[in-house]
Design a protein around this ligand. Structure first.
Ligand code: HEC
Length: 163
């Protein structure tokens, strides 16, 4: 009887240890599943708006217009930097969505412009995180040059954006 009792006690300790290890929170305080599986598999991704015109008009244009205002002078406070972080991240990640919208002709050039814009957008985001305005301004101008490079090649030079 004593042996059975101590066996049960041992089992309880083991079970508690397993539960603890499986639900150890990450640094943000969320419990990390032992075997995380993505909620939405990659092949579930699908394009919502397949018109390039609408995509640029409703995702890129308003973001660019806000960024232009936020980047006109060095952000004065944390909220100013947050605005730059937000819009640069939206643009950089949205450039990734251009790879799913490659035209039949000159696809390699299209992807090259998209990748360059994304890289500069990411540099702008990182500079905004570090609150380094000179670096941010350089990345912002380079990004627009690459946005414009695509517009020059694929839009006959329409939509040339100014910093
Ligand atoms: C890979 C090519 C490509 C890249 C890179 C690109 N664009 Fe565009 N953009 C287009 C095309 C194509 C159009 C024209 C869409 C249409 O009207 O059919 C366009 C149009 C626009 C317009 C005009 C929208 C309107 O309604 O008149 C804006 C603003 C714009 N882009 C912003 C940006 C910004 C900002 C970036 C960079 C962060 C960018 N684009 C990067 C292809 C690109």
């Amino acid at each position: 009887m004593k042996l059975i009792k101590s066996l049960f006690a041992l089992l309880a300790v083991f079970a508690a240890a397993v539960v603890y290890v499986r639900s150890t929170p990450d640094s943000a305080g969320y419990a990390v599943a032992a075997n995380p599986s993505p909620a939405v598999p990659a092949d579930e991704a699908e394009i919502v708006e397949d018109s390039m015109h609408e995509f640029m008009e409703y995702v890129f244009q308003p973001t660019y217009r806000r960024l232009k205002v936020s980047m006109a002078t060095e952000p004065a406070d944390n909220n100013g930097w947050k605005a730059v972080k937000s819009d640069s991240l939206i643009l950089a990640e949205s450039c990734n969505l251009l790879f799913a919208r490659t035209p039949d002709e000159d696809a390699a050039d299209w992807n090259k412009h998209a990748a360059a814009s994304r890289t500069n957008g990411s540099e702008l985001y990182q500079a905004a995180r570090a609150k380094e305005f000179a670096k941010a301004a350089t990345a912002y101008k380079s990004m627009l040059n690459n946005c414009n490079a695509c517009h020059r090649q694929f839009e006959d030079g329409k939509h040339i954006l100014e910093p």
